[in-house]
Design a protein around this ligand. Structure first.
Ligand code: SAH
Ligand code: SF4
Ligand code: F3S
Length: 479
C-alpha cells in the first residue's frame, strides 16, 4: 500500500497533531503517533475524526496528553522493535503520570492482541485496524477500570462515512483509502493477518472525498490500497458475490480503471496518484486511463520483490519474471516517460547467487526511477515462516542488499540526468529540508525537485527548469 516505505519511513516517529473541529467540545487531550505505511497514516486521520467527535483535542506535548495512541506497523521485525523502544519512553512518562492512558492501534495491535497487555504492562488499550469505531466505547470501559481490547477484523468496514481529520504537514497532498485488507497471501507478508480480507469502498464516497479535499484547497490525492488493481465495486457486494453475478449485471462493475476515470473526470483540477499496484492484476485498461487523463500522475509503484521466477513462486506472488517484464513493457509502450519504482526483498528463503543475479539483471532491464529495498525479515505465522527456512546468512543478505541499493542509485542518477536541461511541471509541497530559501515539490513522475523560493508559494504548480541533479533530487529554478 503504501507508498509504504520511504515517504512513510521518513515520517516514522513523526508526531501528528490533531486539531479539534469544535474547541468548545474539547475537554481532553490526545497525542497520536504513527508508524508504517500510508494506510496507517490515513487510518490515524480516521481515528482523529472519531475521537474528535468525543471531545478530544490534540497536543504535540505528550506531557499534556490524557491519552497517547501509537498506530503501529508489523511489516518487519525492525518496525516492531521501534515501537517497543518508544513504549519504554512512554513508561517513564507514565511513572510520573499514572492516570495517562496508553493505547496501541494498527497492525501490531492486531498481530499481538491480548499478548500486548501481558508483555507491555503499561498498555491499557489494544485496538485493531477494523475496530476504530469502538474506540469511544473502549475508552469508557477503561474509565470503569478495565483494560480494553478489540481486534475483531471485519469483512465490511471501510470507514466510508468518516470524514478524516487531515493530519499531514502540508495542505497540498492528501491520502484517501479506497479499499482495505488484502487477499493475496504473499508467503512473506503479515498484512493479510493484520488487515484482514480485502474489501472495496463505495466509489461515490471516494469521489466525494476527492471533491471535498479539493474544495479545501488540496492539490493532489493519493488513492490507497494494498493492491489497487484488485479494486471492485458493485452495489456493496463482495468480490465472490460479484463474480457469481450473470455477465450482464457485471457490466455495472466499477473496477480500478473505472474508478480512476470517474475520479479524474469529476475533479479535473486535482492531481491523482495511487499506490500500490500489483503486477499480477495491473491490466492495460488502467494504463490507458492513466494515459488519457492529464491529471492522473504518470507514475507507477510496481513492487517486484525478486527477479527470479523460482523465488517469486515461493513468495506466492502470482506472477513470473516474464509476466512482470511484460507489464513493464506495457507501461513503457502505453505511457512513455512514466516514472516506475519498485520494492525488492533480498535474501528470501533459499535465495541463491543465481536468484540474486536475476534480480540485478531485471533491475538493469527496467532501470527503475527509485525503489524501496529490504532484507527479508521472517514474520510469525506467515506461510514462509511455517514452511520455509530463513536460511540466507545475515551477512549475505546485507551484501546483496548493498549491491541492489548501489545499482538502484546508479539507475536513479542515470534517469535523473536525462531530465537535466528540460522543463518540468512541479507541485510545490513545502520547504526544502536544508534551507528556508528553497522549496521542494514533485513532478508527475514522483521525482523530487528542489528550487529557490523566489515568489513561489506552497501549493503552486510551477514550471521548473532542471539544471542539475543528484540520484535522489532534481535541482532547478523557476522557468
Ligand atoms: N501491498 C504491497 C506491499 C505492502 S508491504 C504489494 O504487494 O506490493 C510493503 C513492502 O514491504 C513489500 O512490497 C515488501 O517489499 C516489503 N515486505 C513485506 N513483508 C516483508 C518481510 N517479511 N520482510 C521484508 N520486507 C517485507
Ligand atoms: Fe502483503 Fe502481498 Fe498483500 Fe502486498 S499483496 S500486502 S505483499 S500479501
Ligand atoms: Fe502498513 Fe505496516 Fe500494517 S506496512 S498495513 S502498517 S504492517
Amino acid at each position: 500500500m503504501i507508498e509504504e516505505k520511504k515517504i512513510d519511513e521518513k515520517r516514522q516517529g513523526e508526531i501528528l497533531s490533531i486539531r479539534s473541529k469544535s474547541k468548545t467540545l474539547a475537554t481532553k487531550k490526545m497525542y497520536l503517533e504513527s508508524y508504517g505505511c500510508a494506510m496507517n497514516f490515513s487510518d490515524s486521520e480516521i481515528v482523529a475524526s472519531i475521537l474528535q467527535d468525543e471531545g478530544y483535542s490534540t497536543t504535540k506535548e505528550i506531557e499534556n496528553a490524557d491519552i497517547v495512541l501509537i498506530n503501529t506497523c508489523s511489516i518487519r521485525e525492525k518496525a516492531e522493535q521501534t515501537v517497543r523502544r518508544r513504549l519504554k519512553n512512554f513508561l517513564k512518562i507514565k511513572r510520573k503520570k499514572p492516570e495517562l492512558t496508553i493505547g496501541i492501534l494498527g497492525c501490531m495491535a492486531e498481530r499481538l492482541k491480548t499478548k500486548f497487555l501481558e508483555q507491555e504492562k503499561i498498555v491499557d488499550l489494544v485496538v485493531g485496524p477494523d475496530a476504530y469505531r469502538e474506540l469511544p466505547k473502549l475508552i469508557k470501559e477503561l474509565e470503569d477500570g478495565r483494560k480494553a481490547v478489540n481486534v475483531i477484523l471485519s469483512t465490511e468496514e471501510t470507514y466510508a462515512d468518516v470524514i478524516p481529520v487531515r493530519l499531514g504537514n502540508n495542505k497540498v497532498t492528501a491520502f484517501i483509502s479506497i479499499m482495505r485488507g488484502c487477499d493475496n497471501m504473499c508467503s512473506f507478508c503479515v498484512v493479510p493477518f493484520t488487515r484482514g480480507r480485502e474489501r472495496s469502498r463505495d466509489p461515490l464516497s471516494i469521489v466525494n472525498e476527492i471533491q471535498n479535499v479539493y474544495e479545501n484547497g488540496y492539490k493532489e490525492v493519493t488513492l490507497l490500497g494494498q493492491n489497487v488493481d484488485s479494486y471492485l465495486w458493485n452495489n456493496g457486494l463482495s468480490k465472490k458475490e460479484i463474480n457469481k453475478l450473470p455477465l450482464q449485471n457485471q457490466k455495472n462493475n466499477i473496477n480500478f480503471a473505472k474508478l480512476l476515470e470517474l475520479s479524474a473526470k469529476k475533479c479535473p483540477n486535482i492531481r491523482i496518484r495511487f499506490s500500490t499496484s500489483h503486477p499480477q492484476d495491473m491490466g492495460d485498461d488502467v494504463l490507458y486511463t492513466m494515459a488519457k487523463y492529464k491529471n492522473i500522475c504518470k507514475y507507477i509503484h510496481l513492487p517486484v520483490q525478486s527477479g527470479s521466477s523460482r523465488i517469486l513462486k515461493l513468495m506466492n506472488r502470482g506472477y513470473s519474471r516474464d509476466w512482470y517484464i511484460d507489464r513493464i513493457d506495457a507501461i513503457k509502450r502505453i505511457i512513455p516517460n512514466c516514472g516506475i519504482s519498485m520494492d525488492i526483498i533480498t535474501g528470501f528463503c533459499s535465495e541463491t547467487d543465481f536468484d540474486h543475479n536475476q534480480t540485478l539483471s531485471l533491475m538493469n532491464y527496467v532501470k527503475y526511477d527509485f525503489g524501496y529495498m529490504f532484507k527479508y525479515s521472517e514474520r510469525p505465522n506467515t506461510l514462509a515462516q511455517r514452511k520455509y527456512k530463513d536460511d540466507v546468512d545475515e551477512k549475505i543478505k546485507s551484501k546483496r542488499l548493498t549491491e541492489i541499493i548501489t545499482l538502484q542509485q546508479k539507475h536513479s542518477l542515470h534517469n535523473n540526468k536525462k531530465h537535466v536541461g528540460s522543463i518540468k511541471e512541479v507541485l510545490v509541497e513545502g520547504y526544502s529540508k536544508k534551507s528556508k530559501d528553497f522549496l521542494y515539490g514533485r513532478t508527475t513522475q514522483n521525482t523530487v525537485a528542489v528550487f529557490p523560493k523566489e515568489d513561489i508559494k506552497i501549493g503552486d504548480l510551477v514550471n521548473i527548469k532542471i539544471n542539475d541533479c543528484t540520484s535522489a533530487t532534481l535541482l532547478g529554478n523557476k522557468y
